[in-house]
Write a protein that binds this ligand. Sequence first.
Ligand SMILES: [Zn+2]
Length: 396
Amino acid sequence: MDGNFIPQNNDQNRMPQGQVNPGNPGQPSGPMGNAQAGGAYGQGGPTGNAQTGGAYGQGGPTGNAQAGGAYGQGGMNGAGGFNPGPDPRQVQAEIKKTRHSWEVPMYIISILAGVLGVGLALLQFLLDGDMMSGITEAIDSGSLDVPGPLLFVLLTFGMSILAIVSGITMIILTLLYIIIILYQLYADQMCYSVKVSEKNYPEIYKKVQEFSMLLGMKRPPEVYVQQMNGQLNAYTSWVFGKPYIQLNAEIVDVAYLEHKDPESVYFIMAHEFGHAYLHHVQLKYIFWSFFANFLPVIGPFVIMPLLSRAREYSADRVAQALMPAYKGEEAMLLLIGGRHTYKYLDVNDYLQRINSDHNGMEHCARWFMNFLSSHPIMPFRIVALMDPRKKSGRMI
Ligand SMILES: [Zn+2]
């Protein structure tokens, strides 16, 4: 790890006596060393470490003020008054108002599509199988010596029982399939990731505690870091009893190297917290919407991507509620431009060029790209992040 970023117990990085450091976001500060990260509103303690500063925290009067404490109060020696930080109730109330307006309707539509899809699959199974031809042959050959009306009742009854048994089997197999995939993903963390803890990535660990507290999550999600050969990405998933988050190491590097920009990393993590908080990754949520995939073409290529895009906007809003002072579009520029040059990009120029430098045919191609995508395309997502209206975000 680069020793310049948020070092622990390093004398060289202590703040001078009585000095207050306003901690500009993501910028090294402190004349006698680094109070890097600083935190959006963090203030270094007058003595001792002011590591990370804390998003809203203030360093204590003496000694360590590591992370600052999300709600810490300090500044005994004139180092700055009381800053209580965001109220968890306010954050949660804000989130209730910001879920994307399409998400719940699309979730209901996905369940209805699932019922239709399973129904169609069962019908196809019952009508296309050898069973029907067997019955027809039996009737034709006269081996089924039963009166017509009784035969009709028996057949209807038999088919209904078969449909119910097949349906239950299909549901159980789907459930098992989802559970196996979920545990396979989790096993990947246990095999190839570093778990964020007080010792490993302690700054991220403290932010996990802060976000969990703000969201009222009794059990903070586990967070893992795994190198992914350059991919700038992160995801959230779930196994019984706990959600967890994977941050690709390439994202985490942004906090520790070159730009020393922990806020962008925290925002991406906050987005993943959004998925966990809104239950997007829990088995019951996945289970009920999953069957929409059984509806040919429309399920997997229209309904599921629409639901997924709405969820992404909702998760972005949670991230904004957790980090109101951070401009989320910067994290998106990081994902587009890469971790070295994103700091030099101009978001307004990006949006202007992407929207005005192309003809109708090209825009049509972009429209399809978005339509089939699980995530809103970047221009739409960035515009939504910059849009003060909540629940917004272009879907199609
Ligand atoms: Zn997401």
